[in-house]
Design a protein around this ligand. Structure first.
Ligand code: ACM
Ligand code: ZN
Length: 736
């Protein structure tokens, strides 16, 4: 057989095979974030065997991006042709009729045309186009047997808000350059445009600064030498990441934290602090009280040098200076700081932070940069320049920002901190617990006003802190396995919630519709799979729950992931991928006995649908913090130890109530201790005997040194000297 006819046969076979899977292609259009305007048209566009991408010269990098992506997944040939008129896929810009970062996308049976208002707009047109093709388009390997077709559409789209951000904490855990590039890719897929790079914190300095080599020689590494943790980015690596982001419309914004969260620099150069004492880098969540000394000239010089090198590396119009969670006790007793307060006429040590911010704003103004920081920066003395505040604590703070003329970005911990897990289902990923979980729906419900030129709020940002799931959990102990768990964690925590954030940031609030979003979201898990990105699958959803006349309960379930199954049990046991397949309503005696999982494949399945116990009858006693049953109590006094992170929510007085609910044996209670990690915060001695049906026991204690994000535990001494037939619950409430 001649070579060419063999080739033809292979080609025919491939075409026949691809014909067999036509059902995958040209499905309903499910773009995230939802475009402003979209009309679906008759017909489909079929990607040719040889693709020509026409582009205007300003879009060369974006055309190359598209070429690479199409070649690797479709296995077809794609060539680039400069010039905006010709090609199967044409990329161009036209700033005259489109809003900033906007685009039009026209898909007809003949060709695809993308017109961006600017480079970012054209890139977003490419992203919307990719979402029209089968999910395999994102795969890094050649996907055979896929019908590479897209439905015909006319889209006209533009973001509502100029700031659509993510923050990643590389200081508490060092994510290498390749992971950051992957993260940028994921952001780009959903049209985010700002990445706040949390480069510096107490536990690590991640940015090479030539003038201060010890910052990375010493400040980038924690723990004993032989198994030290950490790392840093060289300046060349930073330039590479910045360039990578630029092609994808993602601006990298360096965050150089001060005056707090900077122990890593103080460890490297102890003269930076007020005391000059030598410290060590922490390997657990920890917020150091050692601030940069605001009173020494050397501090200002340090900031100037570091920020100059930083600004040189990051072309962003913004420089983030952190500024959160400073405790000012060191400044209050430092002669240098006190002298500056006197000279500047400042009455509170906290105002020294405003003094430092003004100095740095002045330095950065010369480089045409605007300062951003956590919302504390606008609340610590008078600022001379307009800055941008990241509102993380209280949405009402944006009102303060308006009054003082500053802009703000909404990143409230209540909705936008993706280091909180989605739920409290047993088996949920171990992550931050100092606030309630944040479901996809909660994230999606974030209130934010529509944008205009005069808006105070310029956008929305989600934050991915690493302190809670790196430091302070078992995770750290498994790093020698080198299984990249932390990277998997970040992806698992980011997705799918980042898609909700993208829509909150991109769309007008009035256009948001959670049910519609959920329907679109379902199809994106396959896209994430093809990207090689980890994510949390949604549990089956209860569509209907009805009581039957004979006292049973009937559930109708829904699966939000197209192509996935629901598997379930009715005996309270954890379902497996081989459990009964859900095909219609299920009736059982006790609602709590239903467990159901979403199953995509033998290795991809969700946590089970779970019914949290109902404590509403005990609401007056606060939140449930612990429960005991006979096996949790002994005849001799021993400590119950339980976590109260998140339930302890600030300084003040708390009341703990211990209520036996079943069993005829007495419980003898002794001393209560409240711990902030290993620091004793409160101790109450007591000797109380309680029994089912009698008065509950109460303990009162006061907390004066609350710290957000730090784990709190209670130890309570208990015994059942006359037998362990006792069951009960413990609640905690804040009384003032
Ligand atoms: C923060 O969460 N400390 C900004
Ligand atoms: Zn000082």
């Amino acid at each position: 057989m001649q070579k060419s006819s063999f080739k033809k046969i292979v080609l025919c076979a491939a075409l026949m095979l691809s014909g067999a899977v036509h059902t995958q292609a040209a499905g309903p259009v499910r773009i995230i974030p939802q475009p402003v305007q979209m009309e679906e048209r008759e017909g489909t566009y079929v990607l040719p065997e040889k693709i020509v991408i026409g582009y205007e010269s300003a879009l060369q990098a974006q055309a190359k991006y598209l070429q690479e992506l199409l070649v690797q997944s479709t296995g077809r040939m794609a060539t680039l042709k400069e010039g905006k008129a010709k090609g199967d896929i044409v990329l161009r810009t036209d700033s005259t009729s489109l809003k900033a970062e906007g685009y039009t996308l026209s898909v007809t049976p003949k060709r695809i045309e993308i017109t961006g208002a600017d480079v970012n707009g054209a890139f977003y047109g490419i992203q919307s186009m990719l979402q029209l093709f089968p999910a395999e388009i994102y795969n890094q390997r050649w996907q055979q047997q896929v019908a590479w077709e897209a439905p015909c559409v006319e889209i006209s789209d533009a973001p509502e808000r100029p700031w659509r951000g993510m923050m990643i904490d590389v200081a508490r855990y060092f994510y290498d350059k390749e992971f950051i590039k992957k993260y940028i890719d994921m952001m780009a897929m959903y049209k985010f445009n700002k990445l706040q790079f949390h480069l510096i914190d107490d536990s690590g300095w991640r940015l090479e600064i030539k003038k201060y080599p010890r910052l990375t020689e010493v400040g980038a590494w924690a723990g004993p030498d032989e198994k030290r943790l950490g790392g840093f980015y060289t300046q060349d690596e930073v330039r590479e990441m910045v360039e990578y982001g630029k092609v994808r419309g993602v601006e990298l914004i360096p965050e150089v934290e001060f005056p707090a969260h900077i122990l890593s620099a103080v460890v490297a150069y102890p003269w930076l602090s007020c005391t000059g004492l030598q410290h060590e880098l922490p390997t657990q969540h920890f917020i150091s009280r050692d601030l940069l000394c605001a009173g020494k000239e050397t501090t200002l010089q340090f900031l100037q040098d570091v920020l100059e090198e930083t600004a040189e590396l990051f072309p962003s119009a913004y420089i983030n200076i952190g500024g959160d969670e400073a405790v000012y006790t060191r400044w209050e007793s430092c002669p240098h700081c006190q002298a500056v307060m006197k000279r500047e006429g400042l009455s509170k040590a906290s105002e020294l932070q405003g003094y430092l911010t003004n100095k740095v704003a002045e330095m950065m103004k010369k480089k045409n940069r605007t300062l951003i920081g956590w919302d504390e920066i606008i609340q610590r003395g008078k600022l001379n320049d307009q800055v941008v505040a990241l509102t993380w604590r209280n949405l009402n703070d944006t009102i303060k920002a308006t009054k003082t003329g500053h802009k703000s970005i909404l990143t409230p911990a209540s909705h936008m901190y993706l280091d909180f897990p989605e739920d409290r289902i047993p088996g949920e990923v171990q992550a931050a617990t100092w606030r309630p979980p944040i479901s996809v729906e909660k994230c999606y419900s974030m209130p934010v006003n529509d944008y205009s030129e005069s808006s105070t709020v310029i956008g929305v940002q989600a934050c991915l802190w690493s302190d809670q799931f790196i430091h302070g959990t078992a995770l750290q102990e498994i790093t020698p396995l080198n299984e990249n768990r932390s990277e998997n964690y970040v992806e698992y925590l980011s997705f799918p919630r980042m898609l909700a954030v993208s829509e909150v940031a991109w769309c007008k609030q009035s256009k948001r519709n959670y049910e519609d979003f959920r329907n679109r979201l379902g199809t994106h898990f396959a896209r994430l799979d093809n990207k090689g990105c980890n994510y949390r699958l949604p549990t089956p959803r209860i569509e209907k729950e009805e009581k039957t006349t004979d006292g049973k309960v009937t559930f109708t379930l829904a699966c939000d992931v197209p192509g996935a199954d629901i598997r379930y049990t009715t005996n309270g046991r954890y379902p497996t991928v081989h459990s009964a397949k859900y095909t219609g309503p299920v009736t059982l005696d006790n609602r709590e006995d239903l467990r159901a999982i979403t199953v995509v494949s033998n290795v991809r399945y969700s946590l089970p649908l779970y019914f949290a116990p109902d404590y509403s009858a005990y609401k007056a006693f606060g939140e449930h913090v612990f429960g005991w049953e006979p096996l949790r109590i002994q005849s001799k006094p021993a400590n119950w130890r339980f976590e109260v992170t998140g339930k302890v929510s600030g300084n003040g007085t708390y009341e703990l109530t211990v209520i036996p609910t079943r069993g005829d044996k007495e419980v003898v209670l002794g001393t209560l201790k409240l711990w902030k990690r290993k620091e004793l915060m409160a101790e109450v001695s007591a000797n109380k005997t309680i029994k089912t049906g009698g008065q509950p026991a109460t303990y009162r204690f006061t907390l004066n040194a609350f710290e957000a994000g730090t784990p709190f535990h209670i130890e309570l001494e208990a015994s059942a000297p006359n037998g362990n037939n006792t069951t009960g619950m413990i609640f905690l409430r804040k009384v003032d």
